[in-house]
Design a protein around this ligand. Structure first.
Ligand SMILES: NC(=O)c1ccc[n+]([C@@H]2O[C@H](COP(=O)([O-])OP(=O)(O)OC[C@H]3O[C@@H](n4cnc5c(N)ncnc54)[C@H](OP(=O)(O)O)[C@@H]3O)[C@@H](O)[C@H]2O)c1
Length: 279
């Protein structure tokens, strides 16, 4: 059986839906079963906390493949230990492009660390390394609704943002088809868009003028601290913004198409699906 962690989150939610459509039995992990009430009766729901290893053993019983979303190296270590005891064979880990960019290492050591822990665990692994999620645009929804503008420290940088649905589609293949063990996939959307071009897409979809306004890192940091992000995440994101502005993220890969047999979805398609969040 497959266990999906992060099943109430952006990618895990899509993955649960896609695997359900194949008729496969799945189990989902959450700290609060209420959050997954729409899945009740259709999937096995396990309550557990990745930071409390004693809660993981029951959730992992009978599981051989695992979709893993964590927020600390300690959580990966707990899952590995409990997973080995439970007989898990293959972990498909939601990692990030940041795990392999040498220039980012000092800001985001933890991504690399977590991959290494799994790589040398003795279990089979697949790493998914997506770029920025298109759903990050939801952070801009409030100012888009209220002022017709979004603020981001992206400068003139371009980014091949990816629809979380496509990340889930790759995860579904890696979890259910052979041949993905020991592979790391660089997952991007189909286009490198600047933030100004994203504003043009939003303008078209929302049928009202939307503007992008660049902000300084200092202003972004202030906002992230106000939103309660931990300091190490804030620091990591400032490093990511710098990489993004430098143009080093201006690439696309064909990993999504190669693995799923479908071209990844465009930002415009994502905006149309999520249009109501911006109105
Ligand atoms: N956003 C981006 O642009 C981007 C880009 C590249 C990579 N990533 C990577 O994507 C990952 C986040 O994925 P996401 O956006 O799909 O997740 P998300 O929407 O942020 O949701 C987090 C999920 O993790 C679960 N969770 C949090 N703490 C937990 C705990 N202690 N025990 C059990 N479950 C816990 C939550 O489940 P419950 O609340 O139900 O327990 C929730 O389902 C991160 O590792 C990030 O580095 C993000």
């Amino acid at each position: 059986m497959i266990l999906i962690t992060g099943a109430s989150g952006t990618v895990g939610r899509e993955l649960a839906q896609q695997l359900l459509e194949t008729g496969r039995p799945i189990r989902v992990l959450t700290r609060d079963a209420q959050k997954l009430s729409t899945l009740k009766g259709r999937v096995d729901i396990a309550e557990g906390d990745l930071s409390q290893p004693e809660t993981l053993y029951a959730a992992l019983r009978g599981i051989d493949r695992l979709f893993l979303v964590t927020s600390s190296t300690q959580q990966d270590a707990y899952v590995l230990q409990a997973g080995k005891e439970a007989g898990v064979r293959h972990i498909v880990k939601l990692s990030t492009f940041e795990a392999v960019d040498p220039k980012m290492a000092e800001h985001v050591q933890w991504h690399r660390e977590r991959e290494e822990l799994i790589r040398f665990s003795g279990l089979a692994w697949t790493f998914l390394r997506p770029t920025m999620f298109m759903s990050a645009a939801l952070d801009w929804a409030k100012t888009i609704r209220e002022e017709g503008v979004f603020y981001f420290p992206g400068g003139e940088g371009r980014v091949p943002a990816i629809d979380p649905w496509d990340i889930a589609a790759v995860a579904a293949v890696a979890l259910t088809k052979p041949g993905h063990e020991g592979q790391a996939y660089a997952l991007t959307g189909p286009q490198n868009l600047s933030f100004g071009e994203m504003a043009q897409v939003l303008t078209r979809v929302l049928e009202k003028p939307i503007r992008y306004e660049n902000i300084s890192d200092e202003t972004a940091v202030e906002g992230m601290r106000k939103a309660g992000l931990p300091e190490y995440v804030v620091e990591g994101l400032v490093g990511t913004f710098a990489v993004l502005r430098s143009g080093r993220l201006s690439y696309t890969t064909n990993d999504v198409a190669r693995i799923t047999g479908r071209t990844p979805r465009t930002f415009e398609a994502w905006c149309r699906v999520h249009k109501t969040a911006f109105l």
